[in-house]
Structure formats: C-alpha cells, structure tokens
Ligand binder design. Sequence first.
Ligand SMILES: *[C@@H]1O[C@H](CO)[C@@H](O)[C@H](O)[C@H]1NC(C)=O
Ligand SMILES: *[C@@H]1O[C@H](CO)[C@@H](O)[C@H](O)[C@H]1NC(C)=O
Ligand SMILES: *[C@@H]1O[C@H](CO)[C@@H](O)[C@H](O)[C@H]1NC(C)=O
Ligand SMILES: *[C@@H]1O[C@H](CO)[C@@H](O)[C@H](O)[C@H]1NC(C)=O
Ligand SMILES: *[C@@H]1O[C@H](CO)[C@@H](O)[C@H](O)[C@H]1NC(C)=O
Length: 218
Amino acid sequence: MEKEKRRIAIALVKLNLLCLLAAAGAIESPRYTIVHAESDFEVRLYGNSTWMAAPVRDLSFEKATLNGFHRLFQFIEGANLNYSRIPMTLPVVTSIVPGAGPLHSSAYAVLFYLPAKFQATPPTPLPELHLKPFNWTSHCVAARKFPGFAKDENIVHEAEQLAFSLSRSTWANATSAKSGYAYSIAQYSAPFQLIGRVNEVWVDVDASNCTSSGIAAY
Ligand SMILES: *[C@@H]1O[C@H](CO)[C@@H](O)[C@H](O)[C@H]1NC(C)=O
Ligand SMILES: *[C@@H]1O[C@H](CO)[C@@H](O)[C@H](O)[C@H]1NC(C)=O
Ligand SMILES: *[C@@H]1O[C@H](CO)[C@@H](O)[C@H](O)[C@H]1NC(C)=O
Ligand SMILES: *[C@@H]1O[C@H](CO)[C@@H](O)[C@H](O)[C@H]1NC(C)=O
Ligand SMILES: *[C@@H]1O[C@H](CO)[C@@H](O)[C@H](O)[C@H]1NC(C)=O
C-alpha cells in the first residue's frame, strides 16, 4: 500500500513537470473548432479522435480520477506491449454518467488523448491495467471553465451551472438525449499547481447545427 502511494506520488510529480511543458505549448491536445461562444460557455466541434479509457468503479469522482489516471500513467510510461513511451497530453478527462454505476452511483471513465503519432495505432496496454482504446467520433460539446480544484464537492454544481446556462440559450433543446445527464470534467492543471488552475465541464450537444463553419480553430 505504501509502495502504491509512493508510485502515485511520483506519477503526480511527473505530471506536474509535464504540465509546465503544457503551459509552454509543448503538449498535444485534441483539436476543436469554436462553433458558438457565450460569456460563460462555448460550443466546440471536436473531430474524430482516439483515446485510451480507464473505466473505474468507485463512488468518488476524485478517487476514480486518481485511480484511472494512475493506470493511464503506467500505460504511457511503457506498460504496453510495445514498451512505447507515450508523451503526456492534456486535458485528462473524467466522464461521469450519474446513476449508471453500482447501487445507482455514478459510472466513471478516465480518458487520455493519444498523441497524433499514436492515433491510428494505439499501443496495446498490458492486460492488468484494464484499459481500452476508445474512438471518440466527431461531436460537439458545450464547455464551461471553472478555476480551482475539481472535487466531489463542486463538480455537480459546475455541471448544473452549465445546464442552467444552456437552458437559457439557443442550445436549450440541443443536449444530446443519448448521453442523458452525462457530463465530463476536463482537467488541464497538475495536482500540485495551486494558482491559475483550469478545468472545464463538458456536456454533449446535438450536432445537427454544430458545423465546422466555426469562428476559430485551435
Ligand atoms: C469519423 O468517423 C466516422 C465513424 O467512424 C466516419 O464515418 C467518418 O468518415 C470519420 N470522419 C473523418 C473526417 O475521418
Ligand atoms: C508495435 O509493435 C508491432 C510489432 O513489433 C508493430 O507492428 C507495431 O507497429 C507497433 N506499434 C506501435 C504503435 O509502435
Ligand atoms: C477505432 O477505429 C479504428 C479505425 O477505424 C478501428 O480499426 C478500431 O478497431 C476502432 N477501435 C475501437 C475500440 O472501436
Ligand atoms: C440550432 O438549431 C435549433 C433548431 O434547429 C435552433 O433553434 C437554434 O437556434 C440553433 N442554435 C444555434 C446556436 O444556431
Ligand atoms: C425548446 O423546446 C420547448 C418545448 O418544445 C420550446 O417551448 C422552446 O421554445 C424550445 N427552446 C428553444 C431555444 O428552441
């Protein structure tokens, strides 16, 4: 158990360093187009992309994120059949489906975006990591930024704030029925970064009028 804690601590220190690189623009992120911008959220179109997913059974968002991230970190550090080292990418995304877990708890999956070099051929994770590749087809999300730490205590509130903003916008009826209440928390900051932290809450929106005729591409 102590050994496990130490390994997680080392992983977090490394992530901290990687996030400094990210701030310098040296880290890959999935590309998107801004389709619509409001004061407190924006609607983005993401293209097809391949991610590595760590499904987690836990009651807590924070514990689920730590557990999933730790498995993904081992994978990118070389715990794959090719012994490939895979550069860190951001954000780390935790998808949350309320009520879909055991005893009506939430179901969680932590997602790692594969760098361009590995998009077409993701290295196969070692089986004990229980990871699986995930093709995230082109989709639109409404994204709302929030500062500080993403915690069990505040993520539901952040998701509700986004739902409220959407309900008052032209996207009121555009939240995808297929994802229900599902939302994701995207984290861009390292665990030890105390100021200037960036997180987002994402909700899928219907792609019918979410085209690539957007304002700006990132
Ligand atoms: C994205 O993936 C879908 C489903 O796999 C496919 O039909 C579509 O052609 C892909 N689009 C691009 C731009 O690759
Ligand atoms: C992994 O190794 C196999 C066999 O050596 C090779 O065919 C494949 O291209 C490698 N995949 C990656 C992502 O490097
Ligand atoms: C993702 O898409 C690629 C290319 O279309 C396909 O070979 C692969 O099997 C898909 N992976 C999953 C997990 O669906
Ligand atoms: C999206 O389409 C719906 C119905 O077609 C329309 O009411 C809404 O205004 C559109 N939203 C935007 C942002 O264009
Ligand atoms: C959303 O749907 C409701 C019920 O059909 C309708 O009254 C409302 O005007 C719609 N809102 C928007 C922004 O399209």
